[in-house]
Write a protein that binds this ligand. Sequence first.
Ligand code: 7TS
Length: 411
Amino acid sequence: MSGVVMDLDVKKIRQDFPNLHVSVHGKPLVYFDNAATTFKPRVVWEAMDGYYQKYASNVHRGIHELSEKATAAYEATRGKVQKFLNARDSKEIIFTRGTTESINLVAYSYGRHFLKDGDEILISEMEHHSNIVPWQMLCEEKGCILKVIPFNDQGELIYEEFERLLTAKTKLLSIVYISNSLGTINPVKKMIKAAHARGALVLVDAAQAVGHRRVDVQDLDCDFLAFSGHKLFGPTGVGVLYGKAELLNKMPPFHGGGDMISSVTFEKTTYAALPYKFEAGTPAVAEVIGLGAAIDYVLSVGFERIEACEQSLLEYGTRALQKVPGLKLIGAAREKAAVLSFILPGVHPHDIGTLVNDEGIAIRTGHHCTQPVMKHFGVPATSRASLSFYNTTAEIDRLVEALLKVREVFP
Ligand code: 7TS
């Protein structure tokens, strides 16, 4: 255990995450799959447990005591998310099932209503499939054109290409803040400014950002921003779409049903005001409450310390992995989060994943839902160690040892 890193007592922090203390194949687990999902601190499921045991109830219905309590806890999380993102108003926070649903909401509601034949949607070559496929579906239906900003071999967006592709025809830029397969941190603030100057709206996919750095929607001035609770130390099944109120107000609902209406007759239905217009049906009440606890937890650790810790793990890991003969890191952006994607020439990533799993180490192997990134580098898959502030340099050493063993099996 590396102990205190930049004022962060990792040993103490690790006590908050019981899942870090399980054994795999008789060895202490090393969890390096944080980009897929993070572990949850105890306070998260205690909050969910509290709801299920003491005030399980539906929200926004009835005036009985438990429903009022559940509604208050549910809405308290909305307020926490508003502060967390520094949104102007809590009605700009829509609860969804996750990043994927948030992006689809914008594609369906904004895209189908406001975009037309010939309009251009700009994304990048490093998007997760959830920020590619919804736009392709929209383009097919509406005749819009999808344009793609390429990246260089270091995994950095080619800014001049972005400027060239951004034209008066661009109506929407949908861009990932931090790449899940390369770790690249994109200069989204600068890109948003440039897009706005051309009259385009901007959606930021912050799935990999919110758990690692402070995200301020007013400072970024993004029009929409999406993230998932489960990558922010919260539960699965809940996520957020932030949208500027003036945009959300003019967008039609995504799903129809209970809770999103003002009045219903067979002749005409009128819709509820924000944010409820976009929250049809019974929401994931327990998960939303758990997300609130996760946000409190992350803020108590503090992003300054989280960033400092993760950057030192990234530097250590980048150097340590070079000890493995032949290992090639994929993604060497100057602005990079603690994601170490790599290949070992001659060894299939799935073999790497299996062998390091035997050593109790969880890494992800595959295309990471970014097939265009794999295509760029001419590989079918990579192995990926994605780190969080509760990881340690000692765990990185264990990965290096395991990879040296892999090299012995596949010389
Ligand atoms: N965008 C990015 C940048 C992501 O990394 C992911 C999930 C998503 C969107 C989709 O999030 P979801 O919660 O709606 O599924 N990324 C990963 C990953 O890297 N490994 O598993 C899931």
